[in-house]
Design a protein around this ligand. Structure first.
Ligand code: NAP
Ligand code: FER
Length: 339
């Protein structure tokens, strides 16, 4: 049977368990050319919150009663496709379910010898590419500049700060709690990390950025963005990647004063990773090399079992995850669980 997590109801504010429904459906039969795969990892990402809403939006909402969307890493169990074979590992877009079937056009083959297959959802996947294009193409960091990134211990932010260091910048993270900040500095090698839960962000951020801020890679919006504005240098760049602090808001949050953008001739630019697929080859070459050389580290937060996906999803909004949030839907044959 195919266990699926469906969108049962559109959430108001923070999603709750009753917004989802867990069902068992039959695995669909294969037509000629089709590929059946078992999900190993499901990626949980903040954009999924937007897909749960109705109304005008950037992307088609998940229809009520349908499987929640999401990118997956899977093991091919049966294939009627010419070049995809049982035993192959693939990245797919099967969503929150334990099996997927398609004609294979949407599948990307993975080589477990090249990198752990789970990295196709994180450091070598969409979040990694987001960090790469947002920082390098939009942020345009120069050696010696100060780069600040929020959600610094997360999937995107952790890569942003490490690439900033590789490019000769001072990397300053903003993260929730002392343990995360410690991880960001000690394990990921940032120069400093400021705890946004301490409440004195204006002062702590200023102390961590004595030369001001040249690039702010914004993952959260809200109060962190407000604190950054005061510290911007002339011609600062702000790649606007996400505003997770308001994804569960029920009314529009009060906006910051934008005047410092004018005074500092700063540039703020929104971007969406899907418009930058032309950069995927360069991203993959660079990040795979940095991983092999030990210059790029990553952490994964792996939750066991698809039934736990709805509760795990909320970690993104509570700051409960360190690193890329994944659900292990079935065992990973390339990486047996240590017990
Ligand atoms: P993530 O950072 O792994 O997880 C989300 C983190 O956001 C949480 O762990 C939490 O960390 C932080 N957070 C949540 N609520 C917050 C708040 N109110 N104030 C400050 N921090 C808060 O997630 P991710 O997948 O890497 O995504 C990060 C951001 O990038 C999101 O905004 C996402 O929408 C965006 N994104 C955009 C694109 C694009 O194409 N533009 C692509 C991918 C991702 P703390 O504990 O540190 O607070
Ligand atoms: C995200 C937040 C916003 C994201 C994408 C968007 C992929 C916007 C997408 C669009 O407008 O098409 O986390 O991740």
């Amino acid at each position: 049977m195919n266990r699926q997590v469906l969108l049962r109801r559109r959430p108001t504010g923070r999603p709750v368990a009753d917004d989802f429904e867990i069902v068992d459906a039959p695995v669909p039969p294969l037509a000629d050319g089709d590929v059946l795969r078992r999900t190993i990892y499901l990626s949980l990402d903040p954009y999924m919150r937007g897909r749960m809403n109705d109304g005008p939006s950037y992307a088609t909402p998940v229809a009520l009663g349908h499987v929640m969307v999401g990118r997956t890493v899977a093991h091919v169990v049966e294939s009627r496709h010419r070049s995809i074979n049982p035993g192959d590992f693939v990245a797919a877009n099967d969503g929150w379910q334990s099996y997927g079937v398609s004609n294979g056009k949407d599948l990307q083959k993975l080589d477990p010898a090249r990198a752990p297959i789970s990295t196709a959802l994180g450091v070598l996947g969409m979040p990694g590419l987001t960090a790469y294009v947002g920082l390098l193409d939009i942020g345009q960091p120069k050696p010696g500049e100060t780069v600040v990134v929020s959600a610094a211990a997360g999937a995107v932010g952790s890569v942003v700060g490490q690439i900033a260091r590789i490019k000769g910048c001072r990397a300053v993270g903003v993260a929730g709690g002392a343990a995360k900040c410690d991880h960001v500095v000690r394990e990921l090698g940032f120069d400093a990390c400021v705890d946004h839960k301490r409440g004195d962000l204006k002062d702590t951020l200023a102390a961590a950025c004595p030369g001001g801020i040249d690039v702010y890679f914004d993952n959260v919006g809200g109060d962190v963005l407000k604190a950054v504005f005061r510290l911007m240098n002339q011609n600062a760049r702000i790649p606007l990647c996400g505003t997770i602090s308001d994804y569960n808001a029920t009314e529009p949050p009060p906006g910051p004063n934008l005047r410092p953008l004018l005074v500092k001739r700063a540039m703020i630019k929104g971007f969406i990773v899907f418009d930058h697929n032309d950069r995927a080859p360069a991203f993959f070459t660079d990040c795979a090399a940095w991983l092999r050389e030990g210059k790029l580290k990553y952490r994964e937060d792996i939750v066991e079992g698809i039934d736990n996906a709805p509760a795990a999803f909320l970690k993104l909004f509570d700051g409960g995850n360190v690193g890329k949030l994944l659900v292990r839907v079935s065992p990973d044959p390339t990486r047996p669980i240590a017990s």
